[in-house]
Each structure stands twice: as C-alpha cells, then as structure tokens.
Design a binder for this molecule. Structure first.
Ligand SMILES: C[S@@+](CC[C@H](N)C(=O)[O-])C[C@H]1O[C@@H](n2cnc3c(N)ncnc32)[C@H](O)[C@@H]1O
Length: 288
C-alpha cells in the first residue's frame, strides 16, 4: 500500500509511460544529435529521475556523460538514487562528495536544491540544460537568464511544457468552467499555463535560438476498458490536483466541484475517461 507521502512519487512514476508516448521524437533526436562528445548535462526539476531512465532505456545516454540532476525535494532525489541503483549504477569511487552514481563511463550526480539558484550560483558549466514537465512552474524571465548562464553556447531542451489546454471526454457541463479556473490558478503563482508557446518568444528574447519545437500532448485513454501501466493512477492524481487547486475557488460551488471530481474518478474506475493535455517540446541553443 502506497503511503500518502509517496503519492507524488507514484504519480511521477505513472507519468513515465504517458510522457514516453507524448515526447516529440524529432525534437529529442535533434537534442541528442547536437550534444558534444562526453557531454555534461544539467537537469532541473528532475523528480525521481525518469528522464535519465528514459534516455537509458532508449539507448540515448551518450558515452562519457556526466549528468547533474537537481530537484527541490530531497525525497525525490533519494527516490531517483534508489531507482538508478536498481539499474546497476553504483557509488562513484572518484566522486569526493559521495553523491554521484556511476555505471561504466556514465556518472549521474544528484543535488537537492532550488534548480534556478543552483544554475545561477554554480561555478561550473554544462553543455546542456534539460527541464522536463517543469518549465511551466517557473517565472520564465527569472529562470531563463539563470539556466542559460549555466550552459554558455550550449543547449536548452525543455520538454512537456504545459501549453494551456486540458480536455476530458465524455464532456460534462462543468468542464469549461472548472478547466478555465484551473488554468487561471496555474497563472496565479510564478508559473504560466501558456509556458509552452511563451518559450518560443521568451527564449530568443533571452539569447537562445530555437532549433526545433513540437507538440508533446498527453493522450490518456483506455484500451478495452483498461488503462496501460499505472495510468489510471496518473488520471486520479491529475483530478485530485485540479480539485485541490480549486478548493477555495469562489466561483465554484463546493458540492458541484466535488461531484465533478467524483464523476470523473468513477469514469476512471470504469475505464471510460479520456484525457488530453496540450504540451510543447522546445530545443534551443544559447547564443554567445
Ligand atoms: C511536475 S514535476 C516533474 C518531475 C520530473 N521532471 C518528471 O517529469 O518526472 C516538477 C518537479 O520540479 C521540482 N521543482 C519545482 N520547482 C523547483 C525548483 N525551483 N528547483 C528544483 N526543482 C523544482 C519538483 O520538486 C518536482 O519534482
């Protein structure tokens, strides 16, 4: 039985198959092709490390790679480390800090920190910065100067950046209102519900030339009444996130919102709910 504390990490693990289908392979392949030999890569908001696992599974980890994965939450960093150990990574004997894991000539180090401050203050440089399903949480005009400063002349690969559209089938009368308020809620903090398209103009404004971009929509649907892998959990977590975000929304009646969330959860249990969430993948190169 998963503890409530582990709900977020289970969600990130469940998201893996949804993201695998969503990623724009043309943008990803261009990213990998543009990496130099023996690259140093910084990942911001790395969660439980599913991006490095994906690159490993897809045979896309370049030889001589040194990968620095930063996440704000120590529990995610611990989970990422445990998961990589299960893939044969072991403590890197040459790492003085003792935080890095290595397998053959690939080294992955983990840092629990604010990734924007880490990138801004680091006295080292990387060849690329990766941010997966996280750029929509940042204030772009604060984050982009810090991230680009960590990769002079290097690459920015920002994948699965939310881009303002969430949809469910079958339709319910309250959908438009709930989803419009949810997107507004995302805009209340530092992040942006339109971060995907905004990157296409904010990157050049911050001296990053866009090399490639494409859609990476989450499309979750049942097959013969069953969801693949742990995607039913992914849907339940998404519904919980929407319900939680709108708990104090004055324009929504509490009972109506509760009914909307319960109806959607029943549709998940019955293998009837379809969810489509629009995201973008963007690859850029920092101009000197
Ligand atoms: C939606 S999750 C995505 C995680 C991972 N990239 C994935 O797709 O599985 C966003 C992650 O960013 C982390 N995060 C949010 N703000 C951060 C910050 N300022 N610095 C570092 N990590 C941050 C969170 O802890 C969380 O793990």
């Amino acid at each position: 039985m998963t503890e409530p504390d582990d709900a977020f990490r289970r969600y990130l693990a469940a998201k893996r198959t949804v993201d695998d289908r969503a990623l724009d392979r043309r943008v990803l392949d261009r990213f990998v092709a543009e990496l130099p030999d023996d690259p140093a890569v910084l990942e911001v908001g790395a969660g439980i490390g599913t991006m490095v696992e994906r690159l490993d599974d897809w045979g896309l980890l370049p030889g001589g790679l040194r990968y620095t994965a930063v996440d704000l939450d120590e529990r995610n960093v611990d989970a990422a480390r445990d998961r990589l150990r299960q893939r044969g990574f072991r403590e890197d004997e040459e790492d003085e800090e003792g935080d890095a894991l290595a397998r053959e000539d690939i080294v992955v180090e983990f840092v629990a920190d604010d990734a924007v401050a880490f990138a801004r203050d680091a006295d080292r440089r990387w060849d690329a910065v990766v941010g997966h399903a996280v750029l929509d949480l940042f204030d772009l005009d604060d984050a982009l100067p810090a991230l680009r400063s960590a990769v002079p002349g290097g690459l920015c690969y920002f994948s699965v950046v939310f881009d303002g559209e969430t949809g469910f089938e079958p339709p319910l009368a309250l959908d438009d209102h709930v989803l419009a308020r949810y997107h507004e809620h995302l805009d209340d903090g530092q992040g942006s519900s339109r971060a995907g398209r905004r990157l296409l103009t904010r990157l050049p404004d911050h001296g990053v030339r866009v090399l490639a971009a494409g859609g990476s929509d989450w499309v979750v649907h049942p097959r013969d009444g069953e969801y693949p892998a742990d995607e039913a959990y992914f849907l339940r977590y998404l519904l919980r996130t929407i319900g939680g975000a709108l708990a104090d929304e004055p324009t929504l009646d509490d009972a109506a919102l509760e009914d909307w969330v319960e109806t959607r959860n029943r549709q998940v249990a019955a293998g009837e709910l379809v969810a489509v969430v629009h995201n973008l993948d963007v690859l850029g190169r920092v101009e000197n």
